[in-house]
Design a binder for this molecule. Sequence first.
Ligand SMILES: [Zn+2]
Length: 205
Amino acid sequence: MLTKRTGRPRLDEPVLVLNRSWLAVNVANVRRAVCLVALGHACVVDPDHFSTHSFEDWLQLSVGGNGDCLHALKCSFRVPEIIVLTRYNGRQTRGLKLSRRNVLERDEHICQYCGKHLDSASLTLDHVVPRSRGGQTVWENVVAACTRCNDRKGDRTPDEAEMELVRTPRRPRWASSVTVRLAGRGKPSWQRFLDGTPGGGVIVA
Ligand SMILES: [Zn+2]
């Protein structure tokens, strides 16, 4: 938690990034967040009042205010805890990368055939329609499967193997795809944005 203190603020402190709809989409560090604000791509969200402020605005408010400040040349800039993007909706909207990790996250580490919750090492990726049958490597055709189910299914479709999917695979909604584990470094001011995130997207562990 950032409180009034005399130590130097760290540039790698986490800052919550909201998209234009005020949904949590990412966590950046202070360095990146200040750059985005300085470039006009984002506004600082006041952690107490949730009002938004441009770079110049926040500079003015930083003088004599609460919170840690970055000191550069003759000005000081209060360390942001939350920023909201003004010009685009966050990189996640351009498409979440289809990766093993992201598929396992989407499927919540649950084998999509037997429903068992397993660790990453025990899960494989299964093409619902096998590649040999023209199945593509797309969100809608790749699911997490335990090795046992994957072996059992083999080169067959779920129908042929008489195996039912726990749920139909879909491209994840961007907001639920942001998974950030911060080991207790999240800020209390983030809470209201995380509570409303579909699927509890940002995990502050
Ligand atoms: Zn299984």
